[in-house]
Design a protein around this ligand. Structure first.
Ligand code: ADP
Ligand code: MG
Length: 558
């Protein structure tokens, strides 16, 4: 090791295996690592994107084309590559979609930056140009967007469908998109300032295996996956008073240490009588308060079940805490934790009915302030239901963001081509080398339509030329429809995306690219290349996957 020691440098502050890479070499090394990640996900972009099979170290297999999932499973341990993975995570948190796009743009920005560096443009000029372009791009998006409100169901359904394309939840895309929009609209409220707020607290998602996904439905109120505790109880109650209870209907435990010494049959009888009395009293309190139905979060003693049945009260025990919390909203009820103080005002008002086939209780609130809907997702197998739930959750996030933001843009590369065109105009007003960086930024955005075309087996150059022509002619929404292979108005083609997601993707891609470009010195405690073989680390060996430690975790996946 230490070359530096040989050169007679006095101070060695790095460890045995430490390695240092500087300036252009450092940039090149980092850019390669970041690009490798970006390129790994590009082939999944768009509805015609391919899936990836991920095999983890335990041999478990995931098949997905979700950008974040892929990157998370890749088990990347190169710090630069990790920054790109963070772009995907931010995008997922902020927008619920657009992760592949964000990562792909970040990679392309770095690729173009590399060319700028080769032309001896200083990284700080590139960074400044990228910042200018990123800001300008976002303000241009603001001008291109179309407004959307809840109630514009058809347009919102296009947003939901676009977000679901390519995923396996494509199953019954149209129907599911309809369901997603109906769900979001049901939990949207108008704020005082006229904006819309989507309250996800008022949504419960239940899954049921057995029937077809197409039979999924939106229910007013709650669906509780429980059986009645006693055969003699009613299974339904219309216009019922409903008690939510967070206390067991059981005999109260005596002190742990107390032993009851029973010496005669009389004494035993007395003891049992006392227990019986206690249970009877608890049930009486429930009946006196006027309850027809009890959802109990804790246990219910066998004898108490019997008394409840005799009172004609429908009771459910060990209800999930989350279900009880949700019922509280649906029924405008309190959750009672001490039966001694229960009164009628604690009870909620609603109806309960039972679906025998599903073994579910449907609970609907009948009060004036009732909140809460349940999305009941169905699928033939657990696998289908899980996949469906993931897809629907993403689509709900996307439609929610769209409704609260109120703006959409044309997908299929339309927005990217339009913003790129405007950025090139803007570049003319930028002086110095930053101008080249702004142009490089515009080129990078056009990666999206190019990759969409490529993944659909189309000629990416032809497609881009056609798109640019259409935009020059004033068709700001012209995009690629990969199903018809035509360049057409993306709104007409039904390819519509939330504006917020696009702004976020561009902003975080630019930020990540700039972070990588800012680094001109890498001091690593260990060898930089962790690919396992004895190949030289550092810039020389960093080409492609050389610097991507941990990629081995992918198995033969790609
Ligand atoms: P991301 O993780 O970025 O959301 P996706 O694989 O979901 O990646 O692909 C999203 C891209 O696919 C967007 O640019 C969107 O406009 C585009 N897209 C969706 N449907 C179509 C379609 N029918 N034709 C062309 N592009 C489409
Ligand atoms: Mg998507």
């Amino acid at each position: 090791m230490s070359q530096r020691m040989q050169q007679g440098q006095p101070m060695i502050i790095m460890g045995e295996d430490a390695q240092r890479v500087k300036d252009q070499d450092a940039q090149e090394y980092n850019i390669q690592a970041a690009r490798a990640v970006s390129e790994a996900v590009q082939s999944t972009l768009g509805p015609k994107g391919m899936d990836k099979m991920l095999v983890d170290s335990m041999g478990d297999v995931t098949i997905t084309n979700d950008g974040v999932t892929i990157l998370q499973e890749m088990d990347i341990d190169n710090p630069t590559a990790e920054m790109i993975v963070e772009v995907a995570e931010t995008q997922e948190d902020e927008a619920g979609d657009g992760t592949t796009t964000a990562v792909a743009i970040a990679g392309e920005l770095l690729k173009n930056a590399e060319e700028l560096l080769e032309q001896d443009i200083h990284p700080t000029a590139a960074i400044r140009g990228f910042n200018l372009a990123s800001e300008e791009a976002r303000s241009e998006i603001g001008e291109i967007t179309q407004a959307v409100e809840p109630g514009e169901t058809e347009l919102l359904q296009k947003v939901a469908e676009t977000s679901m394309t390519g995923k396996s939840s494509e199953l019954d895309k149209e129907l599911l998109a309809e369901l997603v929009v109906k769900t979001v609209e049901a939990i949207t409220v108008e704020a005082n300032d006229g904006s819309y707020v989507v309250d996800l607290e008022n949504l419960n998602i239940e899954t049921q295996t057995g029937r077809a996904a197409a039979e999924s439905e939106l229910l007013n109120g709650a669906a509780i996956d429980k059986d009645p505790v006693h055969d003699d109880m009613p299974t339904a109650a219309a216009e019922a008073n409903i008690l939510l209870l967070n206390e067991p209907i059981e005999v109260e435990e005596t002190d742990v240490d107390t032993q009851v010494n029973i010496e005669s049959p009389d004494q035993l009888q007395q003891f049992l009588d006392q227990e019986e009395k206690q249970l009877k009293e608890k049930v009486e309190k429930i009946a006196d308060a006027g309850a027809d139905v009890v959802f109990c979060q804790k246990g219910i003693d066998d004898l108490a079940q019997h008394y409840l049945a005799k009172e004609d009260i429908l009771a459910v025990r060990r209800a999930k805490k989350s279900d009880v919390g949700f019922l509280k909203n649906v029924l405008e009820a309190s959750v009672v934790s001490d039966l001694d103080s229960v009164t009628e005002s604690d009870l909620g008002y609603g109806s309960v009915r039972r679906d025998g086939e599903d073994e579910l209780f449907y609970v609907e609130g009948l009060g004036s302030e009732t909140h809460g809907v349940t999305l009941l997702l169905r699928g033939s197998t657990d696998h289908v239901v899980d996949e469906l739930e993931r897809g629907i959750n993403d689509a709900i996030d996307v439609v929610s963001t769209t409704v609260s933001d109120g703006r959409v843009v044309a997908g299929g590369g339309a927005i990217e081509v339009e913003v790129a065109r405007r950025l090139r105009d803007y570049a003319d007003s930028v002086s110095g080398r930053e101008q080249l960086a702004v142009e490089a930024f515009a080129d990078a955005l056009e990666l999206v339509p190019r990759v969409l075309a490529e993944n659909a087996g189309l000629d990416s150059i032809d497609t881009l030329v056609n798109l640019r022509k259409a935009h020059e002619n004033g068709d700001a929404n012209a995009g690629l429809n990969v199903y018809s292979s035509d360049v057409e108005d993306s709104f007409d083609a039904g390819v519509v995306e939330p504006a917020h997601s696009k702004e976020q993707a561009i902003a975080s891609a630019a930020e990540a690219a700039n972070l990588v470009l800012k680094i001109d010195d890498i001091i690593a405690a260990d060898e930089l290349s962790t690919s396992g073989d004895d190949e030289e680390g550092g810039p020389g060996g960093a080409g492609g996957m050389g610097g991507m430690g941990g990629m081995g975790g992918m198995g033969g996946a790609m």
